[in-house]
Design a protein around this ligand. Structure first.
Ligand code: PA5
Length: 451
């Protein structure tokens, strides 16, 4: 079961200050469950795990589509950006071999999942098309609005490639769409082309959508158990429910601690992992917290590091730089494999004292050593630990972070469910690209460029 330990913040924030937030946290929880807070039209994620488990027909349809696509594909390309891809990638990466792309389909027991439309890289997409020339593949396109530029233009090129390769009727069987129930360009396209479609509920925003078909379809297609993922999340849904006590609710403890640290000037939170498998969990977390909290001139800046790799780069800054940071370490209890350091007769590196030790034992000591060094260097530490990287534990972690994020947003006094700030770059990009309807903005921006 997921655990949160905040003991290593008490040298920076008195314990009673954290506990004095009990009432404010209770108010935030009440706003969530009674739907009285800002953005309450986007609270569908609160009961998603139990709701999804109860909807056995939809779960079966997701699994059937996933295994149909997996059966005809060496590769499945997931097209989406932000909340429409990060959650799936976080879970798939965490559960997969670090060298998944070098394994055969038989070894993986599932197709390789690749991603498109999460950037506008010309080389990236052209190189992907060349790989797909010689592979059997399918596409899962995910976009709530259906008009987001990055996935929309990626879909154009991939759809064209797929239709050339398999013919129009063949391509239609290889493309599945996850989108809005009735509105939006992707819904219209999917209906007219006969793609199998899945719905992103209206009341679930992109970054809270990993436990909808947005995440579940790609995760199932990658060969992972979505029932166990949802069961883990449902357990956490129960633990974090409205009537659970302040102290027994890990989401409350995490939200209250980071809010206290923020009020002490700790404006940057660094989420640190000690295994590369969780790098995309960190990326997903960055979006969840960054987009939910960073508004109205407020918010903790979410940063991520991958230790021990980054101890040899960012470690210096964290140990010794501006003291406006705190660190949250995401600890994974056990590894799936066993690898021990061999003895070496010459002992030139003088590391024979490590002979016979598992890599994970050494990594654990690196983690403990880092914690002590960083706390002594003036960096408060929150520890979040899960037993292992499996579907159930990851499901718990996802729900925990989502719930704590909503409580955090309400403590901060912002709407955690909107993202008005992401429109600014789009407006400028469309103006620069002369999108019809943007004539005035286009004139203005070209004027600015001449200055
Ligand atoms: O969290 C969000 O709302 C965003 O990250 C969106 O998911 C992202 O912009 C993609 O939007 P769409 O699904 O409409 O293509």
């Amino acid at each position: 079961m997921l655990k949160v330990n905040i003991d290593s913040i008490f040298g920076f924030v008195p314990k009673d200050e954290v506990y004095s937030l009990e009432n404010k946290v209770a108010e935030a929880n009440s706003s969530i469950y009674k739907k009285t807070g800002k953005g309450s039209e986007f609270l569908g994620w609160v009961s998603l795990p139990s709701g999804a488990l109860a909807d056995t027909a939809e779960i079966k349809r997701i699994k059937d589509c996933a295994s149909r696509l997996a059966g005809i594909s060496d590769i499945i390309v997931v097209i989406g950006i932000g909340g429409s891809y990060l959650g799936a990638r976080a879970v798939i990466d965490a559960l997969s071999s670090n060298f998944n792309s070098l394994l055969s389909k038989d070894e993986r027991k599932a197709p390789l999942i690749l991603y498109a439309g999460n950037n506008i890289g010309e080389d990236y997409h052209e190189e992907l098309l060349k790989i797909l020339d010689n592979k059997d593949y399918s596409l899962i396109v995910i976009s709530k609005s259906g008009t987001t530029t990055e996935p929309a233009i990626a879909l154009r090129v991939l759809k064209e490639h797929c239709e050339k390769k398999y013919g129009k009727p063949g391509a239609s069987k290889r493309i599945a769409a996850v989108t809005d129930s009735s509105r939006g360009a992707l819904k219209k396209l999917a209906d007219s082309e006969g793609y199998e479609t899945f719905v992103i509920p209206d009341d679930v925003g992109g970054r809270f959508s990993v436990l909808t078909p947005v995440g579940l379809l790609p995760i199932a297609a990658a060969g992972y158990d979505i029932d166990k993922l949802l069961q883990g999340a449902a357990e956490m849904e129960n633990i974090c429910r409205s009537d659970s006590s302040f102290e027994k609710n890990p989401a409350n403890m995490y939200a209250a601690s980071r809010f206290c640290l923020y009020n002490k000037g700790k404006a940057i939170e660094i989420l640190a992992g000690f295994t590369p498998n969780i790098n995309y969990i960190i990326e997903w977390w960055k979006q969840l917290y960054g987009e939910s909290e960073g508004k109205n001139g407020k918010g903790i800046f979410p940063a991520g590091v991958n230790f021990t790799t980054d101890l040899h780069s960012m470690g210096q800054w964290i140990q010794d730089g501006v003291r406006n940071i705190f660190e949250t370490v995401l600890s994974i209890g056990s590894q799936s494999n066993t690898l021990k350091v061999p003895a070496d007769e010459s002992n030139l590196d003088e590391l024979n004292f490590l002979a016979g030790k598992r890599f994970c034992e050494i990594n654990k000591m690196a983690e403990l050593g880092t914690l002590i060094a960083h706390v002594e260097g003036g960096v408060p530490n929150i520890s979040i630990s899960i037993e292992r990287l499996d579907e159930g534990n990851i499901g718990e972690l996802i729900y925990f972070f989502e719930k704590a994020c909503a409580v955090s947003g309400y403590l901060l006094g912002v709407n955690p469910f909107d993202q008005p700030g992401v429109e600014a770059y789009k407006k400028n990009m469309f103006a620069l690209l002369d999108k019809p309807g943007f004539e005035k903005e286009s004139e203005e921006i070209h004027g600015k460029l001449k200055l």
